[in-house]
Design a binder for this molecule. Sequence first.
Ligand SMILES: [Zn+2]
Length: 344
Amino acid sequence: MKERLQVLQEEALAKVEEASTVEALQQVRVSYLGKKGPITEVLRGMGKLSAEERPVIGDLANKVREAIATQLDEKKATLETKALDEKLLTEKIDVTLPGRPVQVGGPHLLTSIVEEIEDLFIGMGFEVREGPEVETDYYNFEALNLPKDHPARDMQDSFYITEELLLRTHTSPVQARTMGEYKGSKAVKMICPGKVYRRDTDDATHSHQFTQVEGLYVDKDVKMSDLKGVLNQFAKQFFGEEREIRLRPSFFPFTEPSVEMDISCKVCGGEGCSVCKNTGWIEILGGGMVHPDVLEMAGYDPKVYSGFAFGMGPERIAMLKYGVDDIRHFYTNDARFLKQYHKA
Ligand SMILES: [Zn+2]
């Protein structure tokens, strides 16, 4: 019986040695130390032994059992450490690697330009006003001296919702609304930025939706020289101190007289080049003195009040300032284009 126990111990220890996984080790534990295992069997057969032999064999059986158990525990600890080491090795995190970049958005170039224009005019005492993009025929045309049969309406064909409702073709209705709100009681000094719509075929310089910033200053004794002073200030702050401006006669139904403003070409300095079409000047915006009829319709007495108005396209300003060659770049939302203009 002693021999049987010793053989069992050797066998068991060899199997422990062989086991390469925790699961295999558990199999060894069950087969040798389990209730149906050979050692338990030996102990059951002790009843047949003599009184002298019994404690000796019992003692030996316990020692064998203990030796196997100890080996099992040690091997288990070793295997577990090894498994953990392997796991750590495969899941190793290199803390020195750079992190994944977070995509940071920024304002759209047009938003930046509009905000820049706003800041500039706020600095000159103008307030910023907004109005609806779905506008009535009255505010979009009639209140601006464009009655129903006026030929100038043809230049501003729009998208109609009903006979009397349309997507505004300019931000001028905001001026008419503001003057109407004040009812001739006080001076108006405002700019109105916003989206406008025209039924144009999209190409490099036209878009059916674009942006405008218009300005209006109505007060007692406002003169053409005030308009020139304000626009000169705008041109120099926006495009550079060295830029000259010039005003050319033009026509708008809501201003009289009307002008177009050009700035001297930055590329050639006025000599003439392909950018300025050899004129030395680049057209920037339109403006003029508010038509007396427009003042009167809004409740301002044209004999007491006078004013100037102007309007510009932020797309055109952005195209000139940053050399953008196609207006569609602003609306196709290609991040590669837009990212170039994100301010840090
Ligand atoms: Zn030029």
